[in-house]
Design a protein around this ligand. Structure first.
Ligand code: ADP
Length: 384
């Protein structure tokens, strides 16, 4: 080899070495870069996965909530609404205006303007329902979070409670007023004509008995509302026999013929005290709403896995339109007759509670002027 090509060869060899070194470095860097890229891709995937899981958890929480959750943007558009919102409003709204009841729209706007949470109650829909809304301003842009709860059931209960307190007060006031008036009459009579005093004293006694009967029925009812103790095995025919003597006397006084047939029947799991209240109220009613000369028949039979109590009378009967309401507290078809015969208007309500507490059912059939039949079915305790 001559001199020049040797130099060239050297340069080429050196260049080859340099290129190889460069290639090695480049490939190292490329590998580093690629593994860094892999790592960031992995990080990103994990972050997306975490976000996805968070979003899914959030969706699950939102969709399982009973409360409607609505996020309203500053432009009045609904940015987020969960499933309950649809149930409460009948539809999932896209805009604040339009679908949301006016009271709610107004409250959301006021919350955005005043930057403080508010509460509101609105009546909406048909059949009407009550919604309670609470608003919270979120972020700085004037967005508002609205939380909606359906409070129809508690409103209804509140209404029933208020009615009940008003009715009970009225029922208690009537005999109390009568007692005061009679006491006043006795005071005057003591000076003018003492011979009338025994008559007024009797009236005083009657009203006092009436007052204590109302209080005792109210106490029974409030106890029954929290349930019955179901820890006894009760023989209904034995309960009926115990009540028998008392009601026989009552029937004789009212001139009503009473017949009782209590055959052997399975026992019932429940409370003897409450089941005796049930029988007493039904038989008392049958006697009280039957004219002298009429008949009342009470029977207990074994049914298919149940015990059936039937109380039939040949009394005044109940108009068909009143039948659906007679189990309501203080509901009476004939107020005067109920009062006259010492009724409190609570007897059938007590009956209904006892039956329900024992897992049974009560039905009534009646023909005006001909008579009424109450039929109670109670689950029989399996024989052991
Ligand atoms: P009350 O103390 O007035 O009898 P209840 O709750 O026992 O109250 O009964 C509600 C209403 O149902 C009574 O006022 C009466 O009008 C009617 N009623 C109940 N039982 C009978 C019956 N056997 N025959 C006719 N009417 C009845």
């Amino acid at each position: 080899m001559d001199g020049v090509p040797l130099v060239v060869a050297l340069v080429i060899a050196l260049a080859g070495v340099a290129v190889a070194a460069y290639e090695r470095r480049a490939s190292l860097e490329a590998r580093r870069a690629s593994s860094a890229l892999d790592r960031s891709a992995q990080d990103l995937r994990e972050q997306v996965q975490a976000l996805d899981e968070e979003r899914r958890a959030m969706d699950a929480v939102l969709s399982s909530m009973e409360e409607g959750i609505v996020l309203v943007g500053p432009d009045g558009r609904v940015r987020l609404a969960n499933a309950a919102t649809g149930r409460h409003l009948g539809t999932v709204p896209a805009l604040l205006a339009g679908v949301l009841p006016l009271g709610l729209q107004e409250t959301v706007r006021r919350t955005a303007a005043e930057r403080r949470g508010q509460a509101v109650e609105v009546e909406t829909g048909a059949p009407s329902r009550w919604l309670r809304g609470a608003t919270i301003p979120v972020g700085e842009d004037g967005s508002v979070l609205l939380v909606l709860r359906d409070v129809t059931a508690s409103k209804r209960l509140e209404h029933i409670r208020r009615d009940f307190v008003a009715n009970a007060s009225h029922e208690l006031k009537t005999p109390a007023a009568s007692i005061r008036a009679t006491a006043e009459t006795i005071r005057t009579a003591a000076a003018d004509d003492p011979s009338v005093i025994p008559r007024f004293a009797e009236q005083l006694d009657r009203e006092a008995v009436r007052l204590s009967r109302i209080v005792s029925d109210l106490l029974d009812l409030s106890r029954l509302e929290t349930g019955s103790d179901l820890d006894e095995r009760v023989s209904l025919d034995a309960v009926l026999r115990e009540e028998g003597e008392r009601v026989e006397e009552e029937a004789a006084e009212a001139g009503v013929e009473l017949s009782i047939r209590a055959g052997p029947a399975p026992r019932v799991r429940g409370s003897a005290r409450d089941l005796s209240l049930l029988i007493r109220n039904l038989v008392d009613n049958a006697i009280r709403y039957t004219k002298p000369g009429g008949r009342v028949h009470v029977s207990i039979d074994a049914g298919d896995g149940e015990v059936v109590l039937t109380v039939t009378d040949t009394g005044v009967g109940i108009p068909t339109r009143d039948l659906p309401r007679i189990f309501e507290r203080f509901y009476r078809v004939d107020r005067a007759r109920s009062r006259e015969t010492g009724g409190t208007g609570l007897g059938l309500s007590i009956v209904k509670h006892v039956v329900e507490n024992h897992g049974g059912s009560v039905g009534v059939t009646s023909e005006l002027g001909r008579g009424t039949t109450f039929l109670v079915r109670l689950p029989a305790e399996p024989r052991t």
